[in-house]
Design a protein around this ligand. Structure first.
Ligand code: SAM
Length: 258
C-alpha cells in the first residue's frame, strides 16, 4: 500500500502529516515512519479535506509529541509553524524559489493569502531591494509570519497584515507584483488585484487546471475577470506547479497589466 505523507520540520524535530488510507492500521504506519525518519517526533493524520477559510485539515495525533510546532528549513531560511494550526506545504518550495528569482530591484510586492510567510521570505532573501507586503486572514499564521520575519533577520523588509484581502488590500497602496497563492479560488479576487496593480505590474495567479499544459480553463477565468473590470491584460507565462488530484494540476498563470 502506498502511503502519502509530508515531513515538516528540521533534523532536530519534525512532524509527519499523513494521508491515511481508509481502514489502515494508523499506529503501525506511524511507527514505521518514525522508525525510518528518526527526526519525526509526531505523526498526525488528516481527517478531512482542507476547510475554508484557513485552508486547514482537521487532524488527530496518532503518536508522539503533542506539541507539533516545528522549525521548517528550506532554501536557506527558517519557518516556524504548527501544521495543525496553519496552512503549509513543503512541496511548494521549488515554486517559491521560481517566483523569488523573478522579483526585480525596487519592486513593491504584495503576497495575498500569505500564510506563515514562505513566499515573502523567499523573495526577501533573493532580492534585498524589494519592499514586501503580506495579507493573511488566519491570525495564528500572521503571528508566525511576524516571528519568521524576525527569525530570518528581515525586520523592516516585510510587513504582515491580518485580515481579508478584499478589505485590507484597497487600503495599502499599489504594487508592481502581486502573488495570489490560493489555488481553489484566487481568481475570485482578481478584481482586488487589478485595482491594486500599477500599469505594467505582473500578477502571479495560482489555480487548478484540468489540462497538463497551456491551462486554457484558467486563462478563460483570467480574461473574463479582466473584461468585467475593463482592464487590459496580457498573459505572459504559464507554469505547471504540482499534481493536485487525478487529472488536475496546480498551475500558475502570469498576467501583465497593460
Ligand atoms: C493555500 S494557503 C497558502 C499560504 C502560503 N502562501 C503558503 O504558501 O504557505 C492560502 C492561505 O490564504 C488564507 N486566506 C484564505 N482566504 C483569505 C482571504 N480572503 N484573505 C486573506 N487570506 C486568506 C488562508 O488562511 C491560507 O493561509
Amino acid at each position: 500500500m502506498r502511503i502519502a505523507f509530508d515531513i515538516v520540520g528540521s533534523r532536530e524535530k519534525a512532524v509527519a502529516v499523513v494521508d491515511m488510507p481508509e481502514g489502515s492500521d494508523e499506529m503501525a504506519i506511524a511507527k514505521e515512519i518514525m522508525g525510518r525518519y528518526k527526526h519525526v517526533k509526531s505523526v498526525i493524520a488528516k481527517e478531512s479535506g482542507r476547510q475554508d477559510p484557513y485552508r486547514l485539515y482537521n487532524f488527530h495525533i496518532i503518536t508522539g509529541d503533542q506539541n507539533t510546532e516545528v522549525l521548517h528549513k528550506e532554501h536557506g531560511y527558517i519557518l516556524k509553524l504548527d501544521p495543525q494550526k496553519v496552512y503549509f506545504s513543503p512541496r511548494e518550495a521549488e515554486e517559491r524559489a521560481r517566483i523569488a528569482k523573478k522579483v526585480k530591484r525596487g519592486e513593491r510586492v504584495l503576497v495575498m493569502f500569505a500564510g506563515v510567510g514562505p513566499y515573502a521570505i523567499a523573495i526577501a532573501k533573493a532580492q534585498p531591494k524589494a519592499d514586501i507586503v503580506c495579507v493573511e486572514i488566519n491570525p495564528k499564521a500572521v503571528e508566525y509570519a511576524d516571528e519568521n520575519v524576525q527569525l530570518n533577520k528581515l525586520v523592516g523588509r516585510i510587513k504582515n497584515y491580518v485580515g481579508d484581502v478584499r478589505e485590507v488590500v484597497p487600503k495599502i497602496g499599489k504594487f508592481n507584483r502581486i502573488i495570489m497563492p490560493l489555488p481553489e479560488s484566487a481568481h475570485l479576487f482578481l478584481d482586488t488585484a487589478f485595482a491594486a496593480a500599477v500599469k505594467g505590474a505582473i500578477i502571479h495567479l495560482y489555480g487548478i487546471s484540468e489540462y497538463q499544459k497551456g491551462f486554457p480553463d484558467l486563462e478563460a477565468l483570467v480574461k473574463s475577470a479582466a473584461t468585467n473590470v475593463g482592464k487590459k491584460i496580457r498573459i505572459i507565462g504559464r507554469q505547471k506547479v504540482l499534481p493536485f488530484a487525478p487529472y488536475r494540476w496546480k498551475a500558475r498563470i502570469d498576467i501583465k497589466v497593460l
